[in-house]
Design a protein around this ligand. Sequence first.
Ligand code: FAD
Length: 440
Amino acid sequence: MDSAGNGFAKSLWVTTAEPAVDAPALTGGIDADVVVVGAGYTGLSSALHLAEMGQSVAVLEAREIAWGGSGRNGAHVNPGWKVLPSAIRAMYGKERGGRVVRSIDGSCDLVFDLIARHVIECAPRRAPYLRGAYGKSGIREVENWVREWGEAGAPVALKNAAETHELMGSTFFHGGMEDARGGSLQPLSYAYGLARAAMKAGARLYARSPASTVARDGTGWSVTTAGGAKVRAQYLLLATNGYTDGFWPGLRRQIVPVASLQSATAPLADDIRRAILPGGHHVSDTRNTMVYFRVDETGRFQIGGRGNPFDPCRQDGDTHHLRAEAVRIFPALKDANWEFDWGGLVAMTKSHTPNLVELGPNAYAGLGYCGRGVAMGTMMGKQMAELVMGEDVPLPREKMAPFAFHRFRNAGIAWHMISGRFLDRLDGWRSGPDSKGMWR
Ligand SMILES: Cc1cc2nc3c(=O)[nH]c(=O)nc-3n(C[C@H](O)[C@H](O)[C@H](O)COP(=O)(O)OP(=O)(O)OC[C@H]3O[C@@H](n4cnc5c(N)ncnc54)[C@H](O)[C@@H]3O)c2cc1C
């Protein structure tokens, strides 16, 4: 596998995954009903669902199967977008917004149902998602989440400081909330499992086959790879997320790619392991400079977060700040043996929501999960497949809407990260507990 400077081959996931999916490079010319570009969760889920609905599908992957975010992520299967149900209804209208909210609500179930149905070996764990609240604004954030998702019928619960400390095994956060829809898994093995299921259902997967140019071909599309091979298809689906390149003119400006870095320890000693997240929760927090962490089934502590503000797309960047943060939250990790470092690109959008973009006749892109694509990428892939089959899917189709000043994006990211750090500190200093043990 390619490893040069991209933080993939050094990952915990590559070391512990089920055997990699061996897909050939495409040569010559082939026909299909649908050509999918990108073999992560989005592309593989669309390929699997389409093949199961009787469509002939060809998937083109520039590198190896699941080489992108799907093979590198934090392993958290998280419900929900960054924006709340009320904002989603305000954006898309009551009826459409309600359908979007219901499909988000079902996205974690979709992942675990696929794992069960296709017997995917990926260490699935259905323990709740725990969100640590930091400072006043963090408490407000979890309160809003619990109120809104609670009203939508989701199994969510607010936790005061003492309850959070007990669930976490740390006194670092000021409160929190638990969302029982979540879970975790071995992300690369999950992607390999989707790929194998898609192939079994008849989809053709091609690795080392970067889609390079695209042209209209009658009523369909003709995609040519960098090696000169060709796929002709009626439908074109782009599933390239944080790794979107210049293949479709302008699409890379739909998103801002940002690196997320991770570090993992060797399996912890039993006493430390029992004290950290004793209920098997996976955690992220409410800060602008949030981190996400969990203990895996072998007892490794694994933490992720943003990289260097001045080199925000570097995927193999220094992770010392993440290790230091782990020790701040869990002092017992001070002598931990950190064994793995890796990273990858997440895709941020203007709306902070995933985008289903209509590129042209029978051509769509699904991308922009803002760091929450395990469940939502799988759901997006399913809905793109249903769209091809003529269904009115919940996610609204949007026109391409590129970021203005995209070329200055790294300056924007640096400003966001540095000012966010300052605001987080300010928020922590201003807080204190109320009579119910919630910090205000
Ligand atoms: C470090 C990290 C931690 C994360 N943690 C979490 C988490 O804990 N929970 C969560 O829900 N989400 C998380 N995410 C986000 C999640 O991993 C992604 O949203 C998700 O994997 C996106 O899947 P995808 O299939 O859309 O894209 P990817 O998996 O990124 O796949 C896109 C693929 O497209 C290929 N490609 C690009 N251009 C071309 C081309 N021209 N031709 C052919 N192929 C092309 C790329 O090589 C790549 O393999 C994390 C992401 C990262 C990087």
